[in-house]
Design a protein around this ligand. Structure first.
Ligand SMILES: Nc1ncnc2c1ncn2[C@@H]1O[C@H](COP(=O)(O)OP(=O)(O)O)[C@@H](O)[C@H]1O
Ligand SMILES: CCCC(=O)OP(=O)(O)O
Length: 353
């Protein structure tokens, strides 16, 4: 039996779990309010806060770090890399701590894992957000100075794609899927024969989401940026964190938005527009797969809401079979990635800059 500690820091919470082989033994999610995290100027200043929570969790359930065979940490924003499980090394920790260009809570995981392990046990990351399987034409943005980047919910999307292939009784590498992760941020991608050949950058492209604006009309955005009303940090917060449902309805909770939509025409229009934009992205990704789509896979927290998912389905159900995996499978996907390596089913990839 292999025992794995899984750590997954997110923008509003830290998820921690213990797995024994594929079995979840115990898990907790520690929430962080916006006010609590706003006190920290840089993301890396949150290390002690998040590490202490994980240490408390380990102690509370009677474990020591040496009781684990490995730590499985969510991968951060590394330079573009292949899908798979990577062994965390000193160079990766230095990159995430000091060099990465984009601040994202997932950057904390491997760094905290490294400090907790202190050389005692291996640490692995699986399918970080910067997995890049783009084809050349996906990289062209429309202006040479800006290249499109592959930044998406790779861990959960690859995990549900494996589940769907199994359900369809097909090999993962033989399937074509359009996959929509509908969480606080949204990624919709075209996966051809196991490779995500195009996907909207969940931070600044694609549909608007509970917290993010997604793609915006470029001229109007430029005007806003030069209006003098926002500095760089404020503008970024406006499109990631305070955009989408938050901007229109003052909530990032789809359940609340749906409730409002029952009696309020404006809220109804906003929710319908989000479903409309998701359907539009799904249709675009199906076109990239030339219509050869085994299934449209819908996952993430918002996939739990039948009424909302029906708004999407009515626009895309003629394209292909729809498979729904509500919620997020990140914790089990991290444990499974580490297990495949510990059980010698696949070698851990070596990471270097
Ligand atoms: N049971 C549910 N019904 C409807 N919406 C839900 C449900 N559970 C979560 N959500 C919505 O899903 C979104 C968050 O999805 P989640 O995958 O948990 O996001 P993240 O991991 O990005 O924080 C929120 O808008 C939340 O309100
Ligand atoms: C940057 C792409 C992945 C992403 O948006 O993750 P979160 O929704 O967890 O912030």
């Amino acid at each position: 039996m292999k025992r794995i500690l899984v750590i997954n820091p997110g923008s509003t919470s830290t998820k921690i779990a213990v797995f024994e082989d594929n079995n979840l033994i115990v898990s907790e999610e520690v929430s962080h309010s916006m006010e609590e995290l706003e006190k920290y100027d840089r993301l890396m200043d949150q290390i002690d806060l998040r590490k202490n929570e994980i240490e408390e969790f380990i102690g509370k359930y009677g474990y020591k770090v040496s009781d684990f065979d490995a730590i499985a940490a969510r991968g951060g924003i590394l330079p573009p890399l292949e899908s798979g499980t990577y062994k965390v090394n000193e160079e990766m920790v230095d990159y995430l701590r000091n060099k990465t260009k984009i601040e994202h809570a997932s950057n904390l995981a491997a760094v905290i894992g490294w400090e907790l392990s202190n050389g005692e046990i291996p640490i692995f990351i699986t399918d970080p957000v910067s997995v890049d399987e783009f084809i050349p034409e996906s990289r062209i943005s429309g202006i040479p100075e800006i290249e499109r980047r592959s930044l998406f919910h790779a861990l959960n999307m690859k995990s549900v794609a494996r589940k769907a292939a199994k359900e369809l009784n097909k090999k993962y590498e033989d399937c074509n899927f359009v996959i929509a992760h509908l969480g606080g941020g949204i990624s919709v991608g075209a996966q051809r024969k196991g490779k995500m050949i195009d996907v909207n950058n969940a931070n600044d492209e694609g549909p608007f989401s509970p917290e993010r604006t997604g793609e915006l009309p470029v001229g109007d955005l430029a005007k806003m940026a030069f209006s003098g009303k926002y500095d760089k940090k404020e503008l970024k917060k406006r499109y990631i964190g305070k955009g989408g449902l938050v901007a229109y309805l003052g909530t990032n909770d789809l359940r609340e938005a749906m409730k409002k939509a029952e009696t309020d025409e404006y809220a109804k229009k906003v929710v319908e527009a989000m479903a409309y934009q998701i359907a539009k992205e799904i249709g675009g990704m199906a076109a990239i797969l030339k219509g050869e789509v085994d299934a449209i896979i819908i996952t993430g927290g918002m996939a739990r809401n039948d009424v909302f998912i029906d708004m999407i389905k009515q626009r895309v159900s003629k394209i292909a079979l729809i498979m729904r995996y509500p919620g997020s499978f990140e914790m089990e996907a991290l444990a499974e990635g580490a297990l495949r390596v510990l059980n010698n089913e696949e070698p851990a990839k070596e990471w270097k800059l």
